[in-house]
Design a protein around this ligand. Structure first.
Ligand code: PGA
Length: 257
């Protein structure tokens, strides 16, 4: 069977503390990432490290991404970083709508504006969706549907190839996580996400969309997901701060795919 391409994104969040630490971590990841033919690795450090790390990213297999972007193209917006600033820094991918930002008050409307603004600059979007609790009635599916529909409101079909969806159930994310999702339930969710995309954009767009899993992915559970062809890759938080663990995930992905 033909091997598939895997996308693995490192979300460093508010880490590490210093630029030298960021350089060391990035160097560690780079040695593995640039050798793997079937894995596209994207590292999303805090904004302030992008400039320095962009000097060290000259590989088609390793790229830099941002963890967020301003909804505004320009103008006076204290603290914001515009899409064009990111593009000029060599950034091609941006995470939008991460649950930790939603928790800080980011609404579906802001997420939608951010997506539309970033798309104008040809940035590739990693749209994060996920439910807080998994109820037994399956209500969480309609929550995910709403998140996707609201985030993509007014986004043209031709832009869909620029959208990656990361399914990250909140109960599975970060140090408070109870556990990772199971591969089976992630696959069920990714089929549902394709159904939602199919209704709006048609089958061929829905089938081609890259859908990632995120939430307590580590070097121990990565393989159980990757053996399923429906799994296109991961958005990794904590395990991306340890270059050895992250390298193991990358290498596994390259082997198992
Ligand atoms: P985690 O975070 O891998 O530490 O659970 C994932 C994320 O929040 O993107």
């Amino acid at each position: 069977m033909k091997k598939r391409n895997i996308v693995i994104i490192a979300n460093w969040k508010q880490n590490p503390e210093t630029l030298p630490q960021a350089r060391t971590l990035f160097r560690g990841i780079k040695t593995a990432a640039t050798k793997l033919r079937g894995v596209e690795t994207i590292v999303c450090p805090p904004y302030i490290y992008l400039s320095e790390l962009s000097k060290k990213t000259k590989s088609s297999k390793l790229a830099l991404g941002a963890q967020d972007v301003s909804p505004w193209e320009g103008g006076a917006h204290t603290g914001d970083i515009s899409p064009s600033m990111l593009v000029k820094m060599g950034v091609k991918t941006v995470i939008i709508g991460h649950s930790e930002r939603r928790e800080e008050g980011e609404s579906d409307e802001i997420i939608n504006t951010k997506i539309k603004t970033a798309l104008k600059y040809n940035l590739r979007i990693v749209l994060c969706v996920g439910e807080k609790v998994r109820d037994t009635d399956g209500e969480y599916f309609s929550h995910i549907r709403k998140q996707i529909e609201r985030a993509l409101k007014g986004v043209a079909r031709t832009k869909i190839p620029n959208i990656i969806i990361a399914y990250e159930p909140i109960w599975a994310i970060g140090s408070q996580a109870r556990r990772a999702d199971t591969p089976e339930s992630f696959i069920e969710m990714s089929i549902f996400i394709r159904k939602v995309l199919n209704e709006r954009y048609g089958k061929s767009y829905a089938m081609k969309t890259v859908i990632l899993y995120g939430g307590s992915v580590d070097e121990k559970n990565a393989e159980s997901f990757l053996i399923h062809r429906e799994v296109a890759g991961f958005l990794v938080g904590r395990a991306s701060l340890d270059s050895e663990k992250f390298k193991q995930i990358l290498t596994l992905a390259n082997t198992v795919r």
